[in-house]
Unconditional design. Sequence first.
Length: 166
Amino acid sequence: MEFVACAFFSVDSGHSQRPTINLASQNLRFGMMLFDPRGSGVLAGNAELLVEAMVGEVFTGPGSTIAGGTVILRYNFVHPHRWFTPYCQLGVGGSYNDISDTESQVLLGSDVQFLLEADLGIRAMLNERVSFVVEGGLLHLSNAGTTERNHGLNCLGGSAGLAFSF
């Protein structure tokens, strides 16, 4: 189980009328290892499947609310006797937001969006069961062309929190 706090900041989408939309969220993740660590060398590790629920707010730009869920596939670069574990992860899911209620913005044209994320992170062991998690990455929201307004929202940001192993 992981609890992380996130902040994401919009980047230029190449559209002249693009508003700045920055958001913060609190995410709760539950996961399980798919297999024991395998391999040797720098790529030794294992895969993990996580399910994430997120709720947050827009703190800059149109709208106020964002909430959703994601399925994440993570690869942990596991090395015995190290107190830290780097990882990379990809996630896909959906979200609800009220950004689309503001007609003047062109990025998001519906309340429901597809959510894609890609992150690099590191887990630092605090003890046998608790670790500190820090990650940075890209968040993309889009309605996949289901409405006229769909330039999509691309954000860069990061997360920090705690992970608990059972």
